[in-house]
Design a protein around this ligand. Structure first.
Ligand code: PEP
Ligand code: MN
Length: 334
């Protein structure tokens, strides 16, 4: 508050804080009077103080994402998918597979290929969020059945996207980890519902979301009872035209300072260009990421979506071999 604030203005701030259930403590400085409002302020809109007379600024000391924050939870969270596949705690987990499940043969073939190269999880969308309503939308439940068949053949864990509330229960039944795509990062009813399922969640950053918005979206899932959340950086909108998005790698160490949740990187959607995928994957492990999600297609030229960014299985294997080398330097287990 301003140094010249009349005492009734200061008392008013204190009274309102008290009526909301907080304690207060004042410090008079040279240019300001600081009123500390003490308690769990996460449910209060700071604007109720900002609009009061003589209030100069309202500074949030406690972060608004209490469950996602490291403040009350200093140790890293381990998101365990079972059978030795866990995100966080020094492991580097590679999820790989096609953009979309296209056929039983395609997903089983690529599952074997990515497993042989070192992936621990298989990706592939059965429900695809496409920009065009005329583009391939995914195989739906058939796609989930094919993922299940690939899991049974290879032992890989299945990561697949739930696009909406309607398909979520079905996706959660088949998936080992449910993906919430970037377009849905702020679909709060979906996040709340995902919080009530008993499956780990991969939450992808929205293409124009700030770190606070990403962590607040995770908070929705945690607040609804599901603490098994892995975050994913997948590139943000920008003005360059050499890549699909701008891979914002500094968010990896920034998230790790603020939150106990693991964070992985998607170099495929971040670049949209198979020539850029491996270099960005190397950069991701160097930045301290907890894993990767990478698009691999047995025949990229036949892919029904995201062909330009799909690695061929042999390219993927070369990339994983190099990542194993980098993992030694970074002290990670692939
Ligand atoms: C995906 O991973 O299949 C996908 C659609 O990615 P994003 O949500 O990041 O665009
Ligand atoms: Mn894709």
């Amino acid at each position: 508050m301003r140094r010249d604030a009349p005492s009734e203005d200061v008392l008013r701030v204190q009274a309102i804080a008290k009526s909301l259930g907080f304690r207060t403590s004042n410090v008079s400085g040279l240019t300001k009077i600081a009123v500390a409002i003490i308690g769990d302020t996460s449910t209060v809109d700071s604007a109720v103080f900002k609009v009061l007379p003589s209030v100069d600024q309202v500074l949030l000391v406690t972060r608004p994402y209490s469950r996602t924050s490291r403040e009350g939870h200093p140790e890293d969270t381990l998101v365990d998918l079972g059978d030795g596949v866990a995100f966080g705690g020094g492991s580097f987990v590679i999820i790989a597979g096609p953009c979309a499940v296209e056929s039983r043969e395609q997903i089983i073939e690529v599952a074997h290929q990515v497993k042989d190269a070192g992936a621990k999880c298989l990706r592939g969308g059965a429900f695809k969020p496409r920009t065009s309503p005329y583009a391939f939308q995914g195989l739906g439940e058939k796609g989930l059945e094919y993922l299940d068949a690939a899991r049974k053949e290879t032992g890989l864990k299945v990561v697949t996207e739930a696009m909406d509330l309607e398909s979520l229960p079905m996706v959660a039944e088949y998936a080992d980890m449910v993906q919430v795509g970037s377009r849905n990062m702020q679909n709060y009813s979906l996040l709340t519902k995902v919080g009530s399922i008993n499956k780990p969640v991969l939450l992808k950053r929205g293409s124009s979301a700030t770190i606070t918005e990403l962590l607040m979206s995770a908070e929705y899932i945690l607040a609804s009872g599901n603490e098994r959340v892995v975050l994913c950086e997948r590139g943000v909108r920008n003005f360059s035209d050499h890549a699909r998005n701008l891979l914002d790698l500094s968010i990896v160490p920034a998230v790790q300072r603020l939150s106990h949740l693991p964070i992985i990187v998607d170099p495929s959607h971040a670049t949209g260009d198979m020539n850029l995928v491996a270099p960005m994957a190397y950069a991701a492990i160097a930045a301290g990421a907890d894993g990767l999600i990478v698009e691999v297609h047995p025949k990229p030229e036949l892919a029904k979506s995201d062909a330009a960014q799909a690695l061929k299985p042999d390219q993927f294997a070369v990339m994983v071999a190099k990542i194993r080398q980098l993992a030694k330097v970074m002290g990670k287990k692939v």
